[in-house]
Design a protein around this ligand. Structure first.
Ligand SMILES: Nc1ncnc2c1ncn2[C@@H]1O[C@H](COP(=O)(O)OP(=O)(O)OP(=O)(O)O)[C@@H](O)[C@H]1O
Ligand SMILES: [Mg+2]
Length: 263
């Protein structure tokens, strides 16, 4: 008889962790995302690709209500996290962001110490103070940054390199123990070595989280993701297992994009 934990784990592999059901996002009259239905699973990395302006960031931000800060935006359809509609009136967006962390294109550490950057969210969420040093250490270890910063935790995060800052932002996001991690072009400001470290890190993190990543780098999508979604003019054109997606795309639009004929 499998343990309860093993059964829950098994269930999560076949039940979407997060999904959108005909999600439409408009800025005023302009439709940026059109009726997109997608499901994302535990222990899987999903890559969102498509030309500039096709709605990738808009879609990603709507998964943790980051779009709430934009005036004039309207959202139709549903986003379900573990079956709960995150746009329901009774749902607190701060709690949503606690469960669905986000890492942005440009590393954006706070002008605080390395320790404070990672401890900031857990402190606000009232995690017990005595647990913070361990939590900071664990998060920095998971983000593959601990060895480089363990002797300078109380120095400014702004003194780190770009690649280190991005790993710090990942540590900051995972310190909140989210179930889903959103990444919007997390490597686009990094050199190839730092990029490769983040890609390795994503492979490790997917053991614990559902990862949804926007990237313009097709090799990166092919290397790190399990599933790939192609967006064009706000529409989801194709979604499937990465290997087939890149070798045998089903739609002509996808093939044109992958072979550079788009334009
Ligand atoms: N705050 C905003 N107000 C109005 N329109 C916006 C806003 N943000 C994005 N848009 C528009 O919505 C569409 C989708 O933008 P989005 O940023 O989601 O694209 P993207 O696929 O992430 O592009 P990129 O690859 O360049 O980052 C674009 O036409 C863009 O101009
Ligand atoms: Mg974008």
């Amino acid at each position: 008889m499998p343990s309860r934990e093993a059964m829950i784990e098994q269930e999560l592999l076949v039940t979407p962790r997060i999904l959108t059901d005909r999600l439409t996002v408009k800025y005023g009259e302009k439709v940026a995302v059109k009726e997109v239905s997608l499901s994302f699973y535990q222990r899987k990395v999903a890559a969102l690709i498509g030309p500039s302006g096709c709605g990738k960031s808009t879609y990603l931000r709507s998964l943790n209500r980051m779009n709430d800060f934009i005036l004039n935006i309207s959202i139709e359809g549903k986003v379900l996290l573990d079956g709960q509609d995150i746009y329901e009136r009774k749902v607190d967006p701060v709690l949503v962001r606690r469960h669905i962390g986000m890492v942005f294109q440009k590393p954006n550490p706070f002008p605080k110490t390395i320790f404070e950057n990672v401890a900031w969210g857990p402190k606000r969420a009232k995690f017990p103070k005595k647990d913070l040093p361990q939590l900071v250490e664990d998060s920095l270890k998971q983000a593959a940054l601990w060895e480089e910063v363990k002797d300078r935790l109380n120095t400014s995060a702004l003194g780190l390199s770009g690649g280190q800052q991005q790993r710090l932002c990942i540590a900051r996001a995972i310190a909140m123990k989210p179930s889903v991690l959103l990444m919007d072009e997390p490597c686009s400001a990094l050199d190839p070595i730092a990029t490769s470290r983040i890609e390795d890190l994503i492979q490790e993190l997917k053991e614990k989280f559902t990862i949804i990543m926007v990237t313009h780098n097709m090799q990166q999508a092919a290397r790190v993701s399990d599933v790939t979604a192609f967006f064009l003019h706000g529409n989801l054109i194709e979604y499937g297992a990465t290997k087939e997606f890149f070798t045998r795309p089903q739609k002509i639009e996808t093939e044109n994009y992958l072979t550079g004929k788009f334009g």
